[in-house]
Design a protein around this ligand. Structure first.
Ligand SMILES: [Zn+2]
Length: 310
């Protein structure tokens, strides 16, 4: 726990670690907290030592405020926050890191899971074909459950809110007088189309609106491309659903969170298109972000990749 705080202090450029160590725990925490606030304001954006993630944030049009909102509202332990900073700085003990940065002689730096690609952090978090079959799906669904159960509660399917982290299968269809909600349900369209199984489809029976909701958690530098790709590939389905349900308006909601929490402002504006979510869009965004981050950290912990002490 202390180690992580010291790591955070170093990452935040707080300098004299020894002097900080003499502070009482609460004071130490508040120094860290203040530095994190500065970070939220982007004041460390140009810091050259640890700026790769910030460059992604800036170059890919991500929102600094949303991307770092996990520091303010997610209620994560400081240890977890330190781990996230380590990931954002790329200071994670992957085989590539050990070989290239720590200069450890290794016979092979291929990913220990797929044995096909170099084991970099972003490979493990977003591009490994083996992890894609399990860990990525789990992380994706954990984040999506937040929204799914929120919708169920809003539309009266669940009288009391259900904890989104509860395990268990999600039914493909739930319905009442005001809504119908599909989870991962393929649509039987008249003509064959490639992408017919969106994450969530919400029918609002009162307003006669259908929301096709697609969510993804790619690497930070792929957020915009993923967003555009999703918008493109679901056009055929929107058209087909429109034909299947005449009288309904069909809208696409694309939600993307980077594997380390990166978010564009468009996440909130897209989510706000669903009236039930409009006043809670930021709240939901942060909870989904938290689920993605925790999923990424779980994955790294399962591979026993802890922070490097440097
Ligand atoms: Zn791999």
């Amino acid at each position: 726990m202390y180690e992580a705080a010291i790591y955070a202090a170093r990452t935040l450029g707080l300098g004299e670690i020894n002097a900080l160590m003499e502070l009482r725990k609460e004071e130490f925490k508040s120094v860290i907290r203040n530095a994190e606030e500065k970070l939220l304001l982007g004041e460390l954006m140009d810091k050259s030592m640890h700026s790769v993630f910030f460059k992604h944030v800036r170059d890919h049009g991500l929102s600094t405020q949303l991307t770092f909102s996990f520091l303010k509202s997610a209620g994560l332990m400081s240890e977890t926050e330190g781990f996230i900073f380590a990931c954002q700085d790329g200071v994670i003990n992957t085989l590539e890191y050990r070989s290239k940065v720590l200069q450890v002689q290794l016979p092979d730096t291929s990913c220990r899971r797929c044995k096909q690609h170099p084991e970099t952090l972003m490979h493990l978090l977003s591009a490994c074909p083996v992890l894609a079959r399990g860990a990525y799906i789990q992380r994706h669904n954990a984040a999506l459950r937040v929204l799914y159960y929120y919708l169920r509660h809003c539309y009266g399917i669940d009288v009391t809110p259900v904890l989104p982290y509860l395990p268990g299968d999600i039914p493909q269809v739930v319905e009442n007088d005001s809504c119908k909600i599909y989870w991962n349900m393929p649509f039987a369209t008249t003509r064959r189309i490639d992408h017919n199984k969106p994450d969530i489809v919400l029918f609002d029976k009162a307003t006669r609106d259908i929301y096709v909701i697609e969510f993804s958690a790619p690497a930070e530098y792929n957020i915009s491309a993923k967003e555009e790709h999703k918008r493109e590939i679901y056009q055929d389905l929107l058209f087909e659903i429109g034909k299947l349900y005449p009288g309904y308006r069909v809208k696409l909601v694309v939600l993307i969170v980077g594997v380390l929490g990166g978010m564009k402002q468009s996440f909130v504006s897209s989510l706000a298109k669903v009236p039930a979510c409009s006043s809670k869009a930021e709240f939901l965004a942060v909870r989904m972000q938290k689920a993605v981050i925790l999923g990424s950290l779980r994955l790294l912990r399962e591979m026993t990749l802890a922070c490097c002490d440097h």
